[in-house]
Design a protein around this ligand. Structure first.
Ligand code: SF4
Length: 320
């Protein structure tokens, strides 16, 4: 076989088209301004056509897109909806933080909606408009200040050294969602900087991202004493903050790291073993559940399963 024949082969057209579809959706989702302004319906229709050309899945006129599970079966997840132009006021009303109160908020979360796993219902779009990155950063900074002053959880607020709000790209394709700060995080005020954080960084890099490309955050923003799990009331106290973060960030994918964040986000009691290996939905973010890096440090044999989960996301995103 002459060598030059191999050199004539270009990139796989199906892969290229799938990546183009993913990029078009992502640019629209993060509020990139087009000149002239793109018609959201046209962008959605183009993405559908490209996806259809790439993998033959039903695109035009369909609100449901078949996604593959590792077992090769498919289940229905909803196609991301079109978003509004980004020159608009903040998406989420700031939560009212009652200083000195350890009670859960009775006002309810700003979002208050998540689908159970395996739901075939269409995705509910994030409320309000998508913000440009500068406005996202400003809104997140406001919430970070509120978290720093928060005393809703009497024990956690007294034990903490620093609150750990979250950090990273404010217009991310992927947000990693952990449980709560550990000792190193409590001292530094940054998420995932201890041993588990170093492993998470390697997992992110294995996905061909840098830490700065993604957003990293936790369910509760204050360290539980002795690294115990957060109490249900503490999670509910902090729910308003992590929901507001997701409303601002609107990541294409949310990766729940471990049981606490997965159960809190998806409002389920199912185990990580039951939840992993397929997509769930939180508004129009696709949610993947996998093992917490701390668990992987204690159980290295589970690393392969965690990598399988991340590969599921990378394939869906057209990144491998
Ligand atoms: S964990 Fe959240 S709700 Fe509780 S005190 Fe800290 S910031 Fe406030």
């Amino acid at each position: 076989m002459p060598q030059e024949n191999q050199n004539l082969e270009g990139p796989d057209p199906a892969v290229t088209l799938a990546q183009a579809a993913g990029l078009a959706e992502h640019l629209q989702r993060v509020g990139v301004q087009w000149l002239p302004a793109a018609d959201p319906d046209s962008v959605t229709a183009l993405a559908e056509q490209l996806r259809f050309a790439a993998d033959g899945s039903p695109g035009e006129g369909s609100e449901q897109v078949a996604e593959r599970t590792p077992e090769g079966t498919s289940e229905q997840v909803s196609a991301p909806p079109a978003v509004s132009p980004p020159t608009v006021p903040p998406a989420a009303a700031p939560p009212t933080v009652a200083a000195g109160s350890a009670q859960p908020s009775t006002a309810g979360p700003t979002t208050g909606f998540s689908l159970q796993s395996d739901s075939a219902d269409p995705a509910e779009p994030y409320p309000g408009p998508s913000l440009v990155p500068e406005m996202r950063a400003a809104e997140l900074a406001k919430f970070s200040e509120q978290v720093a002053a928060c005393t809703r959880c009497e024990i956690l607020s007294q034990c903490r050294t620093k609150t750990v709000f979250g950090e990273g790209n404010v217009a991310p394709r992927v947000a990693f969602f952990g449980e709560g700060p550990g000792r190193e995080e409590d001292l530094s005020g940054r998420p995932f900087v201890g041993k588990a954080g170093q492993l998470l960084t390697k997992m992110i890099q294995a996905c061909k991202f840098a830490r700065e490309d993604v957003y990293i955050m936790n369910t509760v923003k204050c360290r539980p004493p002795n690294n115990r799990n957060p109490e249900p009331t503490e999670i509910e106290n902090c729910r308003e903050f992590f929901q507001a973060q997701f409303e601002i960030l609107r990541p294409e994918y949310i990766v729940c790291l471990g049981l606490v964040s997965a159960q809190a986000l998806l409002s389920t009691k199912l185990s990580v073993g039951r939840l992993r290996g397929k997509f769930h939905q939180y508004f129009d973010s696709k949610v993947l559940v996998t093992y917490h890096p701390s668990y992987l440090l204690r159980n290295p044999a589970a690393k392969k399963a965690a990598w399988d989960d991340l590969q599921l996301m990378l394939r869906d995103a057209g990144l491998m």
